[in-house]
Each structure stands twice: as structure tokens, then as C-alpha cells.
Design a binder for this molecule. Structure first.
Ligand SMILES: [Zn+2]
Length: 121
């Protein structure tokens, strides 16, 4: 497999039990330790509902976001299990204050995932 952070080819250690099981990895062990995901959550009240603003990183990152597919899929699955039927899920790379003002006009709760929320911290 090829690491989406550093670009190096790496191999997963296999045993007889895991020989025929497919385990997709997107980062090598070194990059997992060096660049961990720090999921944070901020809840912003709006006129009708709440904005659940989640981020995967403390600061801006420069490598491929595909490296964090496992963390992203966990966030989506947990959000889908916890949200109500009419709530909205959004993925926005760069969030601005103007965008928050537009989101305020929408009804229902909004679950929003961004790369980083340094703008609001
Ligand atoms: Zn790597």
C-alpha cells in the first residue's frame, strides 16, 4: 500500500488469521504516530437548531485528506446513527464566518465536518 501522507510504499504485517482479510490502510505506522487526527467538536446555536462543528485536525494540513479515510468514515457512521431524519450533514474544507451566517438560515440541526476549525478557536 502507498501512504497518502509521505508517499512511501508500506506493507501490513500479516499472520495466518489475517492472511485473507482485507484491511485498507491509508497511512504508514510512522505517519499515524507523527500526524494523528485530533477530532474536536464545537456546538454553535443558530436560529432554529444547532450546528455541530467537527474537525479532524488542530491546524491546517498540507497532505492528502484521503490519508484520514478511516477517521472520516467513523465520523460519518457515528453522525448517521445519532442524527435525526431531517438533519443535514456537510463536509466543508474551509469554513468562513459568512458561510456560518448562510447556514443559520437553514432549518434543523447541521452536522458539519471540516479540516480544521482554527477560525473559531
Ligand atoms: Zn507515511
Amino acid at each position: 500500500m502507498k501512504c497518502y501522507c509521505c508517499g512511501k510504499v508500506f506493507f501490513e504485517r500479516r499472520t495466518f488469521k489475517t492472511l485473507f482479510k482485507e484491511n485498507l490502510l491509508f497511512r504508514c505506522k510512522s505517519c499515524e504516530v507523527r500526524y494523528p487526527a485530533y477530532e474536536t467538536l464545537q456546538v454553535i446555536p443558530k436560529s432554529e437548531g444547532l450546528i455541530y462543528l467537527s474537525s479532524l485536525f488542530k491546524e491546517e494540513i498540507n497532505f492528502d485528506i484521503m490519508a484520514y479515510n478511516q477517521e472520516t468514515s467513523k465520523w460519518f457512521l457515528s453522525t448517521l446513527n445519532n442524527m435525526n431524519k431531517n438533519d443535514i450533514i456537510l463536509w466543508i474544507d474551509e469554513l468562513s464566518e459568512e458561510m456560518i451566517l448562510h447556514l443559520d438560515l437553514l432549518e434543523f440541526d447541521i452536522y458539519l465536518l471540516t479540516k480544521s476549525i482554527n477560525y473559531f478557536s
